[in-house]
Design a protein around this ligand. Structure first.
Ligand code: ADP
Ligand code: MG
Length: 305
């Protein structure tokens, strides 16, 4: 079942507790309908990886994930030969009268292949193509990016010992980048592109209520209002939605129904993950440079009168 409209995408994702604005739903709809890879960029924690996860759930298909990192090479991403198994086979064949060529054909056959995510995605033989998540591509090296470009152009690979393997169905491809470096134009050209921004107050409120349903309305509003204020300030690493959800869960465990300066200070570790950011926020609260209660009051008054 493929999405029949943009609204269906939105509804379907929402049923899987993902809140997508119209622009994101549109680009997902187009990516699925046109069979084009979808490139999602944005700061950490804005919901990029989750798009691939909920897409696979909504499309009722498998999620295959390739996590990128510095030094990721083609073997780890595509396939490797099962060397211990090959050696074992050679041992077992000792004394048998098999020609070298025959033995070669045996140990370089599919039985001795270890499929890594990209090959698995190309070879998947389910009815519905899998979702292939290529996560944090900006962390991989440029050579790897060039190799990916090839895969995303042809959806086929050649294994010298076996031959060419072509995808029966093109997987739904989602690439994410935290933009620690710029990606190549050639790769971008292959993809539909969408920038996921930090959420608006309203969007984050919806996400919070969907993900942490125990949260009371007043607390949820205060948390989301606070996050809006914090993200306008200058920090080394601004909190994403993951931090909002963690913080809300922590406040619930601590039986807090409302925010106050003390509890914010005690739980800053849920929001910030760098010592410098925590110190800075502490100083702001203690020095009353930011008067928390006032900030929240003003914010909520402005938004909800
Ligand atoms: N629009 C959204 N709807 C529901 N949950 C979201 C949304 N955006 C982010 N989240 C949640 O926030 C957290 C971080 O999202 P994630 O996809 O890991 O971020 P990223 O990959 O951009 O770093 C996850 O728990 C995710 O479920
Ligand atoms: Mg991610």
């Amino acid at each position: 079942m493929v999405f029949s409209s943009i609204e269906k995408v939105q509804d379907n994702l929402k049923a899987h507790r993902y809140i997508a604005d119209r622009s994101l739903a549109t680009v997902i709809y187009l990516a699925v309908s046109l069979g084009k890879p979808l490139l999602l960029e944005g700061e950490a924690g804005v919901g990029k990886t989750d798009v691939a996860k909920v897409m696979s759930a909504a499309l009722d298909t498998r999620l295959i994930r390739l996590q990128c990192y510095e030094g990721l090479d083609v073997n780890t991403a595509l396939y490797e030969w099962n060397y211990p198994k090959q050696v074992l086979r050679i041992r077992l064949e000792e004394g048998a009268q098999r020609s070298k060529e025959d033995l070669g054909n045996i140990i370089f056959s599919e039985d001795y292949l270890i499929r890594r995510p990209l090959l698995e995605a190309l070879q998947s033989d389910q009815d519905q193509p899998p979702v292939l998540l290529i996560d944090e591509i900006d962390r991989s090296d440029e050579e790897f990016e060039a190799f990916l470009l090839e895969i995303l152009s042809d959806f086929q690979i050649t294994i010298p010992e076996i031959g060419t393997i072509r995808a029966k169905h093109r997987p739904y491809v989602v690439l994410t980048s935290n933009r620690t470096r710029e990606l190549h134009d050639a790769l971008k050209r292959r993809c539909l592109y969408h920038w996921i921004d930090y959420p608006t107050f309203e969007k984050e409120y919806q996400i919070l209520v969907a993900k942490v349903p125990q949260v009371r309305e007043v607390l949820a509003r205060q948390i989301c209002g606070f996050m809006q204020v914090v993200r306008k300030m200058d920090f080394y690493k601004k909190p994403g939605i993951a931090e909002t959800l963690d913080w809300a869960s922590a406040l619930i465990v601590l039986h807090k129904d409302e925010l106050d300066g003390d509890v914010v200070q005690e739980t800053l570790g849920c929001i910030f993950k760098y010592r410098e950011d925590i110190s800075k926020m502490e100083a702001e609260i203690m020095g009353k440079k930011i008067d928390l209660e006032k900030v929240l009051e003003d914010y909520l008054a402005r938004h909800f009168g």
